[in-house]
Design a protein around this ligand. Structure first.
Ligand code: B12
Ligand code: SF4
Length: 417
């Protein structure tokens, strides 16, 4: 079939090369579909660019990759799905193709996001196998279900997707964008606020990851970002991959997200050996007080990383219902003493419908704090907070270690490079 894949992500802080589209395009191509990618990231007039590209290609199916629902930042929030819905209607006007959408935006609620954007079909979860399966339904003239669960399809651990073939990296790299690579999908943890909590965890074969990285290196990409939600979901798996990467002497510098646990000395040693330049530790006060990890685990992660020359950013989420100011003061004081390179504080929680926090908020209003936004589906931004910017500044005691997320918009790899 003739399939157009559209990247409508025009948020450029920083620009993100659409890895999901690259992976999907590879799998469609493998099944002999005729694929064209329409990348609107830098288009001056996205609706006109989309209309023209669709008219000239004449696709039977158009796949929209919807990455972000909103910027997840309370201050100057940007909501993206309105523009996505408009572009989907442009597509309807330009051609009679069926519109399939997928991407991480669907983590906010598959039915809710499909209804908001008006796509014909949606794949939630990995699309490598699910999208070709949906196309087979359409080819047979059968009616596919409107929502397809990508997690229910098999996972190709050994596949090496072609990189740098479908997307022109040039404009991204000129604006500080860097290529990403994924080694796993899903998450084994259960953080109360997170749309990824409990998603089935699967890891790729180290050899396949290394081959993909070597290919990227040949194409001139030496600075990379990991696209796993957290690298250290399983310590043995992480170390095994790192040994393969170290053995391949890839000559890359990369940034990654990690949870505070599990970790050990060897993990950080191997990370340094493979060129890991910076690590973002994802920390939230609810997981901390629930015992998922302790302050000593955090200290050990920061110290071990820094000892290996790896710079550490902490993404710190605080301000859950029921927390006390004294508890938060302890956390801020702790980071002031331990001193990672930077701590980004978020005290305004983006509430999503199917997270533990979302379910909690719907069943009983929190005793203290403000809920902003009234979308019952939580697709349009809904934020909860009980702390003000001034409260956060007071907790930070004027220490420049702390930044309030949203007041400054830069990603950690940019801050630390
Ligand atoms: C790595 C990462 C980053 C890196 C990217 C580095 C890089 N150069 O690639 C950095 C740090 C730059 C970053 C920035 C941001 N990020 Co980010 N990021 C991620 C992360 C961990 C991985 C994204 C990724 O590439 N995954 C791997 C690819 C292969 O998966 P995928 O894109 O989802 O595609 C698969 C499926 O979704 C599906 N699919 C995708 N497209 C399509 C299309 C069709 C038609 C079909 C059928 C299927 C399909 O199939 C694909 C293959 O399986 C995700 C969390 C996650 N696990 O997804 C958060 C995530 C996407 N980020 C998020 C956010 C909020 C942001 C920021 C807005 C943060 C900020 N305020 O600055 C910015 C936005 C930047 C931008 N321009 O878009 C949120 C979005 C949630 C929301 N509220 O909407 C996520 C989900 C994290 C979270 N749990 O909240 N991010
Ligand atoms: S915050 Fe990180 S560890 Fe927690 S559920 Fe989300 S992705 Fe998993």
């Amino acid at each position: 079939m003739r399939v157009a894949l559209v990247n409508p992500n025009r948020y450029l802080e920083p620009p993100v090369i659409p890895l999901g589209i690259e992976y999907i395009a590879h799998y469609l191509d493998r099944e002999k579909h005729e694929v064209e990618v329409i990348d609107l990231a830098f288009a001056a007039d996205p609706a006109a660019a989309l209309g023209e590209a669709l008219e000239s290609f004449g696709p039977e199916v158009v796949g929209f990759s919807l990455r972000n629902v909103d910027s997840s930042l309370y201050h100057d929030n940007v909501f993206f799905l309105e523009e996505a819905a408009e572009l989907i209607s442009v597509c309807r006007r330009a051609c009679g193709a069926r519109v399939v959408a997928g991407g991480s935006a669907f983590l906010a609620g598959p039915r809710e996001v499909a209804e908001f954007t008006g796509c014909d079909f949606a794949v939630y979860g990995p699309g490598e196998r699910a999208f070709p399966a949906l196309l087979r339904y359409l080819e047979r003239g059968a009616a596919p279900p409107r929502l397809l669960d990508g997690w229910s399809y098999s996972f190709d651990r050994a596949e090496v997707p072609a990189r740098g073939h479908w997307i022109d990296y040039g404009p991204y790299m000129r604006k500080r964008g860097i290529a990403g690579f994924a080694t796993q999908t899903g998450c084994r943890a259960s953080c109360a606020f997170c749309v990824e909590a409990g998603l089935p965890w699967r890891s790729r074969e180290p050899r396949a990851v290394v081959e993909e990285l070597a290919g990227l290196r040949v194409k001139g990409c030496s600075e990379l970002h990991l696209c796993d939600c957290e690298f250290n979901q399983d310590l043995d798996t992480a170390k095994e991959l790192l040994k393969h990467m170290a053995g391949a002497e890839l000559g890359i510098s990369w940034s990654l997200y990690m949870k505070p646990l599990p970790h050990d000395e060897k993990l950080f040693h191997l990370l340094a050996e493979t060129g890991a330049a910076s690590v973002t530790l994802s920390v939230d006060s609810r997981s901390l007080y629930a015992g998922a990890y302790g302050l000593m685990d955090l200290q050990s992660a920061v110290v071990l990383a820094q000892r290996e020359g790896i710079r550490v950013a902490v993404d710190l989420l605080v301000g859950f219902p029921g927390e006390s100011r004294e508890e938060l003061r302890d956390i801020f004081d702790f980071f002031r003493a331990v001193r990672p390179e930077t701590v980004g504080v978020t005290a305004w929680l983006r509430v999503f419908k199917y997270t533990e926090l979302g379910v909690d908020m719907r069943s009983r209003s929190p005793a203290a704090g403000i809920i902003e936004g009234d979308d019952a589906d939580y697709v349009r931004p809904v934020y909860y907070s009980w702390l003000t910017v001034e409260d956060c500044r007071e907790l930070a005691c004027g220490d420049p270690l702390f930044r309030i997320e949203g007041l400054e918009r830069r990603s950690n790899y940019e801050r630390l490079s």
